[in-house]
Design a protein around this ligand. Structure first.
Ligand SMILES: [Zn+2]
Length: 274
């Protein structure tokens, strides 16, 4: 019994959940407001949710939505993955977690959120933001990219192009996009030949410098990358025959993201290819 209580208390502390009695004694901080995109939520205790969100004016933050697990709660569907919301929250002096006061839905991606295959694409996009962006760092271009990607998964009813475009631009905005036309080892130009990649390398290798297990990024995939650099996602229409190049480019950029993070993306294996 006592053991359980201790475990419960330490879990409570770990999660940074609120201790109402002591917080009431602390100075009240002014409420802040930001446009935000919900990245992920976790159950917290019996009634609350821990919410990870990316605010246009706040950067990535985590907060507690009190009562969000109750059947009747004021959050409704606002806390779904990648929901676009207006969020009001209070910072607290001594904790990393903010307290969410209000969350109003600006834009819902209901089709994508309720479709299993599409939701695997949303989850991957959300994980990339979660893992690559430091907390509390405002990143306006990334915010716009994320919103555009979520809208396009919803509008197209497919995650393939939005995810590939998003992942590619996440690498570009992160500042670790390697040269696409030359071998990172020997410097030779690829020309019409593919470059090769895997999760243990930051760039592309030629066939001679490549290692076993590397996968190709062909000429069309590299052309597609240059096209992404010059185009807005909502203006791109790709012919069906470019799907293979699109998948190659997606896999390449996911490898670069994993190499940059020095860890695997958990959602990658759950991506449901249509
Ligand atoms: Zn080489």
């Amino acid at each position: 019994m006592i053991e359980n209580l201790i475990r419960f208390c330490s879990l409570w502390m770990l999660c940074g959940a609120e201790n109402e009695a002591s917080s009431a004694r602390r100075q009240v901080m002014p409420a802040r407001e930001t446009e935000a995109i919900i990245l992920k939520t976790f159950p917290l205790g019996e009634a609350d949710r821990l919410v990870s969100f990316f605010g246009r004016d706040s950067g990535r933050l985590r907060g507690v939505a009190a009562g969000a697990r109750r059947i009747k709660n004021r959050y409704g569907s606002t806390l779904e993955v990648l929901s676009h919301v207006q969020l009001r929250y209070v910072e607290r002096e001594t904790r990393d977690l903010v307290r969410i006061q209000e969350c109003e839905l600006l834009e819902s991606f209901h089709e994508a959120q309720s479709n299993y295959s599409l939701s695997t694409g949303l989850a991957m996009i959300s994980e990339i933001v979660e893992r690559t962006l430091p907390e509390q760092e405002v990143a306006e271009p990334m915010f716009r990219l994320l919103l555009l990607a979520a809208r396009e998964v919803e509008r197209r009813g497919s995650w393939e192009l939005p995810l590939a475009y998003f992942a590619f631009w996440a690498v570009k905005l992160g500042g670790y996009l390697p040269p696409l036309e030359r071998c990172a080892v020997c410097g030779n130009a690829f020309g019409d030949e593919p470059g090769f990649h895997f999760g243990q390398a930051a760039g592309l290798s030629c066939a001679r410098c490549g290692k076993p297990g590397m996968r190709p990024l062909g000429k069309r995939g590299r052309e597609l990358a240059r096209y992404f650099l010059a185009s807005r996602l909502d203006e791109i229409e790709l012919p069906e025959e470019i799907r293979k190049a699109l998948a190659e480019l997606r896999e390449t950029t996911l490898d670069w993201i994993e190499h940059h993070l020095e860890r695997r993306l958990q959602t990658r294996e759950f991506l449901e290819t249509p």
